[in-house]
Design a protein around this ligand. Sequence first.
Ligand code: UT7
Length: 372
Amino acid sequence: MTRYAHITGWGMAVPEAILTNADLEKMVETSDEWITSRTGIRERRIAAKNESTATLAAKAGLRALESTGLLARELDLVIVASASPEHLFPATACLVQDALGATRAGAFDLSAACSGFIYAVQMAAQSIRTGAIDSALVIGAETLSRLVNWEDRETCVLFGDGAGAFVLEARETPGGVLSGVLRSDGSGGSLLTVPAGGSRMPASADTLERNLHTIHMNGREVFRFATRVMATATREVVAGAGLKMDDIELVVPHQANLRIIEAAARGLHLPMERFMVNIERYGNTSSASIPMAVCEAVEQGRVRPGDHLVLVGFGAGLTWGALALQWVETRRPPGVQRSRLTLWTFLAHLRSFALRVWRRLEGLFWGTSSEG
Ligand code: UT7
């Protein structure tokens, strides 16, 4: 039997407190006009005192689990991707495992900054496909507000807090995670870093005074890198799944800057309507941005059974990566018989096939192909 790794549950959690661009105007020398036109961000969420990366992660994880009917104690693995983990150790994933009661799951953190969620889903999917595990809870969670220098206007306007989660499960139905691309270039490590607090530069009065425990970024260089890799990684992952760009109904990019997303759309010759964007309400939530955007896309009816999606991200490391998915409704809502579910899955595949044929014909006759 061929095993496929399907996304059977999803959930997100954000703090209640909203920090608007107008609020930031009172904190640093900036303006709503600058932030909106240069980044697309209008507001972001900021964690309350009693919230942290682990509490947001557990909340998102619980919502994702609740949407599947799978019990926490049935989970085989919990992975938390984060650039702002609860501690150096223990892993945030272990705190989440305990909070949820995932008593037989292994748990570990994955450090690939804003690309972390892509990396973690690919790791979980591969473990499911090999038969090593049957299910995994993968979470991207951040409280970057705790790592921001609130006097540095070049970074403090960008980041926000939040968490998003997927439950992945083994299924026999084709679909789910179809292919993945993971890449890195450590030579660019200094472009985006929190220099102090690790073994290289342990915490000291001097590092505190020099603000070295906060985010330091060369924004222009990161921008250049991001626009270079987004389109390439998307093309690679689509080809790896045996698909064409025309087959992709929705691209869910890391939400770092609207201009980066627009540049990727131009590079791929795709209209912006095929990109999920919610940066205006959350800012850059690093590893959480992609699963949060997927949750909202599903909520808005932009993802339907049978659709092909690309999730694509980049970040500190430097790291970047992409996943191609086929979204197949494999959940079994209460009372729905297996035969009805199978029929539903069959219809979803049929719809997807018909759409692909239609797009090819459209391209052939009217030359409207958006092939990248
Ligand atoms: O998740 C991955 C992590 N990070 C990123 O993806 C960030 C990637 N980079 C970016 O998104 C953009 O480079 C930024 C949004 C960070 C900056 O936008 P930019 O268009 O590249 O601006 P810039 O750095 O070239 O700066 C232009 C001007 C500068 O002033 P001068 O030197 O031209 O007088 C900055 O000092 O804008 C100034 N500036 C600001 N002005 C008002 C920088 N930050 C601000 C601010 N408010 N918040």
